[in-house]
Structure formats: structure tokens, C-alpha cells
Ligand binder design. Structure first.
Ligand code: FA5
Length: 343
């Protein structure tokens, strides 16, 4: 009887080995014929069962039944696996074929002008050790206003016409919300860059849209100065425009969340004596910046006697307009093909 036990073991191993080697439907069918078909080695072994004594039957019956059941199950699993692989291969072939055919007939796509500018900015800041942070477009009053030192009834709230969703929730009016979320949750020192859509309930014109992009930077460390801020802004603008000789103007500016605060303008590239983009001023306002106000640090539980920092928030949409000479901001969100095809 040891002989029969040995035989069961041997057939089982051979079956598993051959099943493992089978890589096509034909090879799998050969395994089935060899082991599971009526003349296959497993059913043949089952025939021997009939000739055994009742005692041996009781002992070998379950062993042989288990071999049969397990082999059939393993066979079905392998069959499904091979069928799925064949299907995937066929799908891939179909996709490859379709893409080639599609490409030859359809016009080519291109990057939206935002994309290369975002990549340039990310390159500049990642090379300086900054982390790119994500924020929320749907925000609460605390992160958009209060923590940024803009209390209820503060006149600065009127400067940012807000799309309110309900009493506490709003569409963020600026990316400065990310400053707060990062200071609340990250360890110091902190160097973050963030960009994304912002929303303002205001009338549109050549340089104003109600949905536009901003890019925000924040550095919190010990002894951060306006000198650090100026150097960083200069590196950013030179990186975006890929030139050193930029016409930039810096003037004092008021934002409740920085002290001192500045505004940064760039010379209008569309005119020599004033136009609708620069509102006849020859300068286009690009963004605000300054040293983070101690009240903001306090709202994020940061000790303002130990840490200081700078922050800036630029109109990414305006940067893109200047880089590519786009004289109407509304084109960027228009989805107009004749506009997008130029890039
Ligand atoms: C702010 O939004 C501040 N959060 C910027 C800031 C950040 C200051 C950190 C200090 C420290 P402001 O409302 O000025 O500031 O907007 C910043 C820039 O966004 C503007 O200079 C302009 O380039 C752009 N911008 C503002 N409103 C619009 C609009 N409606 N359409 C297009 N761009 C706009």
C-alpha cells in the first residue's frame, strides 16, 4: 500500500509541475488529457480504488478524492489565468493599433500654457529645497480670513469679493489658506510652494477673471529677512521668464497677514503708453508679499519671538499672460481651440 501512496504523491507532483509549465491553451489541454481526461493518470488511479479491500478503501478513498478535487480546481484556476492574460494581450494590441490610427487622423494636442510655467516654478523652488503643498478650493472662514489676521468686519474682506457657500464655507479667494494649513500641520522650519485655482466674485475684464490661478510661497525659519524675500522673488521671476533683465517695480502694499508688506509689478509688455491690460498705468500688478505677521504665527501656535518668515502670493494667471504675451486673461479658461493651438 506504500506503493499506492507513493504513486499518488508522484502524480500530484508531476501534475503541478506540468501545469506550471503550461503557457498556452494547447499546452494546458495536453495537461488535461494526460492527467484529468477519462484515460488520464488521475482517473486511472481512481479505478484502482475499486479493487482495494474495505479497510484500504477507507484509508485511500479520501486521499484519492482529494487529489482529484484539488487537481481539477488548480486546472480551472490556471485556465482562467491564461484566458485573462490572452485577453489583456489582445486589448493591448488593439489599443496600440488604435492610437496609431487615431494619431494619423486627428490633430495633435498641446500643453495648456499654464503647464510649462508651473513646471518652471516648481523647478526653481524644488531646487531650493521647497516642498510642493496642496490646498483645498472649498475652504472655511478661519483658514481664508481669521487665521490670516482678517477678523470679521475687517475692511480687507471687501477687497476679496467672496463666493460664500454657506455661513462658514467659501470658495478660497487666495492660496494664502495653504500657509495656514501647512503651519498648523508641519514641523518647522518650513519651506512650501503651492499653486491652484482661486475664486472671486468680481466683474471680468482683460486682466481680471472670477476664477484664476495663484502661486504661493512660504518660508518659516529663524531670522528670515526682507532680503531673503527679495532674493527669492528675483530667482523665481528670472526662472519663469528665463532672463535676468526684467522690469520689476516694488512698492509698499497692505495685506493684514504680513508686516511689512509689498506689492510687485512688472512692466506691461503689450504697450508703450498704456492699454486695457495695464489700465493705462504701464505696470501690471503681479502679487503681494511680506514678512509673516506675528498674529498669523500665533494663530498657528508658532512662537513669533523665535521664528519669523516670509510669504508671497502671485497671480499665476498674470505670470502666464506676460510670459506668452496673452492680452486677455479670459482666453485662458475659454477652451478656445484657436487660442490653445498656438502653444
Ligand atoms: C492676495 O491674494 C494675497 N493673498 C497675496 C499675498 C500672499 C500677499 C502672501 C502677501 C503675502 P491680491 O488680492 O492682491 O493678494 O492678489 C494677488 C495677485 O493675484 C494679484 O496681484 C493679481 O496678480 C492676482 N489677481 C487678483 N485678483 C485677480 C483676478 N480677479 N483675476 C486675475 N488675477 C487676479
Amino acid at each position: 500500500m506504500d506503493d499506492l501512496k507513493h504513486q499518488v504523491e508522484q502524480i500530484k507532483n508531476q501534475f503541478l509541475h506540468k501545469l506550471d509549465l503550461a503557457q498556452t491553451e494547447v499546452e494546458l489541454e495536453n495537461v488535461r488529457i494526460l492527467f484529468l481526461s477519462r484515460e488520464g493518470s488521475i482517473p486511472k488511479l481512481m479505478h484502482i480504488l475499486k479493487e482495494l479491500s474495505p479497510d484500504d478503501k477507507r484509508h485511500f478513498g479520501p486521499l484519492l478524492n482529494e487529489l482529484k478535487k484539488e487537481s481539477e480546481q488548480k486546472f480551472e484556476e490556471k485556465k482562467k489565468k491564461l484566458a485573462l492574460e490572452a485577453l489583456n494581450k489582445a486589448e493591448m494590441k488593439k489599443t496600440n493599433f488604435d492610437v496609431t490610427a487615431y494619431e494619423s487622423k486627428m490633430p495633435k494636442g498641446s500643453l495648456h500654457p499654464y503647464t510649462p510655467v508651473i513646471e518652471l516654478i516648481e523647478d526653481v523652488f524644488i531646487s531650493m529645497g521647497y516642498k510642493v503643498a496642496q490646498g483645498f478650493e472649498l475652504e472655511d472662514e478661519f483658514h481664508n480670513f481669521e487665521a490670516l489676521n482678517i477678523a470679521k468686519n475687517h475692511p480687507a474682506r471687501d477687497m476679496q469679493d467672496t463666493f460664500w457657500i454657506d455661513v462658514n464655507r467659501l470658495m478660497r479667494t487666495h492660496t494664502s489658506t495653504v500657509q495656514i494649513r501647512e503651519m498648523e500641520s508641519q514641523k518647522l522650519p518650513l519651506a512650501i510652494l503651492s499653486y491652484g485655482r482661486t475664486f472671486r466674485n468680481e466683474a471680468t475684464d482683460a486682466s481680471h477673471d472670477f476664477v484664476f490661478m495663484q502661486v504661493e510661497g512660504l518660508l518659516i525659519d529663524k531670522n528670515v529677512s526682507m532680503g531673503n524675500l527679495f532674493a527669492t522673488l528675483k530667482i523665481m521671476l528670472q526662472g519663469i521668464f528665463q532672463r535676468d533683465d526684467l522690469d520689476i517695480r516694488i512698492r509698499p502694499g497692505y495685506f493684514p497677514f504680513v508686516e511689512p508688506g509689498i506689492e510687485v509689478d512688472m512692466a506691461c509688455p503689450f504697450c508703450t503708453s498704456g492699454c486695457s491690460v495695464c489700465k493705462k498705468t504701464r505696470w501690471i500688478e503681479m502679487g503681494g508679499a511680506g514678512l509673516v505677521h506675528p498674529n498669523v504665527l500665533k494663530a498657528c501656535n508658532i512662537d513669533s519671538t523665535e521664528y519669523s518668515g516670509f510669504a508671497f502670493g502671485f497671480g499665476l494667471t498674470r505670470l502666464v499672460m506676460l510670459k506668452y504675451g496673452i492680452n486677455d486673461i479670459r482666453l485662458l479658461n475659454s477652451g478656445k481651440l484657436e487660442f490653445l493651438e498656438q502653444f
